[in-house]
Design a protein around this ligand. Sequence first.
Ligand code: GZL
Length: 335
Amino acid sequence: MTTTRLPALRMLAAAAAAALVLAGCGGGGGEGGGDAAGAPAGGEPLTLGFSQVGAESGWRTANTKSVQDSAAAAGIELQFSDAQQKQENQIKAIRSFIQQRVDVIAFSPVVESGWDTVLMEAKRANIPVILTDRSVDSADTSLYATFLGSDFIEEGRKAGQWLLEQTAGATEPVNIVELQGTTGSAPAIDRQEGFAEVIAQNPNLTVIASQTGDFTRSGGRQVMEAFLKSHPDIDVLYAHNDDMGLGAIEAIEAAGKVPGQDIQIITVDAVKDGMQALADGKINYIVECNPLLGPQLMDLVQKVAAGEEVPARVVTEETTFDTEAAKAALPSRQY
Ligand code: GZL
């Protein structure tokens, strides 16, 4: 687990920006939206403790950059911790943030379960918690102020809907293999649920194998190699993120098959490498999952720190891409 402070220079710049705003000299703006008033009444910048899942995918890298850039733009001092995809590291980081008496804690829970105890400790310490990207399965929703992130079930439905339309009228069985995200994580559970709900409308669509690739390229490649060995008749791959889909493409090509043609591929995220494979015809459809949560997160941080009401749920805007849409979007793609 690594916990990094913003380099002293950036912190000084952030404090200076906050001081300027406090002195009424600073303007609004900055990536965080609104004014850059990241400072509580005392003039000290707000401190945000952020525990990130890890650095497992292109999506995660873009999400981390968005959080870090937005904190700096909003004049918020960021204590950033990379949990390397381990829940125990996130729990340690949250306890450290509590000891440091940060103003707000935010995190993307690597899995849905096992958070009630540490969230109760934050509540007892009177430190508000914001869930970003992924949610938790705690029955007690008073343990966090709000959840900012995508509707993963809807993302799964969008992937299933595209396949349903592509195979309308098919009389032959359509054999699907599925690369699941991290076991126990909200996106893996929900993307599988949404996809299965929609493809159930066509009995010819069957998931013949489903296994976790842990959201990584290497995981996607290894599991796809095994799928190809045990299933010579795969028609479609549904991967819960681009990175696993890109790893699977390596395995498909190594097996002498043509990705996007012999095996149709649907993924989720729409990061640049995935969009390039889509433009090249190796992936057939991508459901976007927007990682640029930083500006909305900093706005929520300032509001909860000021004791303002915030919505219990903030859903991020996102779309879908086919090959033509990917070609059009690539030149201006931010991540
Ligand atoms: C989704 C996010 C997932 C991405 C993966 O919001 O939690 O984790 O889809 C990432 O690429 O690893």
